[in-house]
Write a protein that binds this ligand. Structure first.
Ligand SMILES: Nc1ncnc2c1ncn2[C@@H]1O[C@H](COP(=O)(O)OP(=O)(O)OP(=O)(O)O)[C@@H](O)[C@H]1O
Ligand SMILES: [Mg+2]
Length: 325
């Protein structure tokens, strides 16, 4: 302008165009980001779609009825996660009765969760076989096997959707009454009452603690009314009061169906009908608490090292666990 090469109107026009371009440019870069996220998501959907489907005995009927005992038999099962891998379980013989509470204990990496993976048929044994009642697993359809189980994982995720959808996921036909009954028994009513839309609140909009998540997962498993309940450390994140409620539920469940727990707390283990002690892929002993305390050194070590004994300690000293120093 100073040299007379640019007029004032041209400068103003240039500036206005520049400002006008700003918005569309920013929008373009924003859309590019969205596009990239979409491309990544599409790739993952493609990956999932190309996963190999589980093969199963087609149309095989389940010869055994629910209630036949034992419910599950591990007959000299050896298992590993990859064909060339080292066996994670070796020569395991285990019978799970149709009713009662079986607790599995053992150091980390002993293969406890792997026992569940075998029962649910997430992996197949390398040697030996599992039986559902008296029928071999390989003669039964995978979905027929899984229908028998309610499974609460070690870390129980909530799925996108409402709390109600999370609860009835495994049994969409569950009645309103059954839902409220389970919610009350697991002391989840405080959670539900505190939510803006109660059971119909979107879980993404609610703050749900780890312990509450575990109880929601447990409620979901109970609503499905399975023959066998598999619980992987469900009391890990639960406080004392809710833990007592969970134990009460487990006790009443064990009267009508088989309850198998993997437990890191003595309070879960102590009144189990059978305690199975595992170490490095083998079952080293089984029995009731008092028997094992007397004869199994690993069990004694587990009780001491994992500080499983807080309850027994408080029972002996008469000082409640939470007050004792
Ligand atoms: N998906 C997997 N792929 C390969 N190896 C695995 C897999 N899951 C577990 N393992 C291995 O199998 C062994 C037993 O694992 P498992 O999860 O059954 O132990 P765990 O007794 O449940 O332990 P924790 O108490 O820590 O949960 C471990 O050595 C582990 O590294
Ligand atoms: Mg585990």
């Amino acid at each position: 302008m100073a040299n007379g090469q640019l007029t004032m109107p041209t400068l103003v026009a240039f500036l206005l165009y520049a400002v006008g371009l700003l918005g569309p440019t920013m929008e373009l870069s924003h859309h590019l980001t969205t596009l990239q996220a979409g491309v990544a998501a599409a790739a993952r959907i493609r990956d999932v779609r190309s996963l190999e489907l589980e093969r199963s005995a087609p149309g095989a009927a389940v010869a055994t009825r629910a209630g036949d005992s034992p419910a599950i038999v591990f007959d000299r099962v050896t298992a590993c996660y990859s064909d060339s891998g080292r066996p994670v379980l070796r020569d395991v013989y285990l019978e799970i009765p149709a009713t009662g509470h079986t607790a599995i204990v053992g150091p980390s990496g002993a293969g406890k969760t792997t026992l569940f993976a075998l029962m649910l048929r997430f992996i197949e044994p390398q040697a030996g076989e599992l039986r559902l009642g008296s029928t071999a697993y390989r003669d039964v359809d995978i979905s027929a096997v899984r229908r028998r189980f309610g499974y609460v994982e070690q870390d129980s995720p909530l799925l996108p959707g409402t709390l109600r959808e999370n609860l009835v996921f495994a049994n969409p036909a569950a009645s309103q009454r059954a839902i409220y009954d389970v919610v009350a028994r697991l002391q989840l009513d405080d959670l539900v009452d505190g939510l803006e839309h109660g059971l119909d609140t979107d879980v993404a909009a609610a703050t749900i603690s780890g312990g509450q998540r575990q109880r929601v997962a447990l409620a979901r498993a109970l609503l499905a009314e399975p023959d066998v309940l598999l619980l992987d450390e469900v009391t890990a994140q639960i406080d004392g009061i809710s833990e007592a409620a969970v134990h009460e539920v487990l006790r009443s469940q064990a009267k009508q169906r088989s309850v198998v727990t993997i437990a890191h707390r003595l309070s879960t283990v102590i009144d189990a009908d059978t305690i199975v002690v595992t170490e490095r892929g083998r079952i080293v002993d089984r029995g009731r608490h008092q028997e094992l305390i007397e004869r199994c050194s690993l069990y004694r070590r587990l009780v001491e090292a994992l500080r499983l004994d807080t309850d027994a300690e408080s029972a002996r000293t008469g000082i409640p666990e939470r007050i004792a120093p």
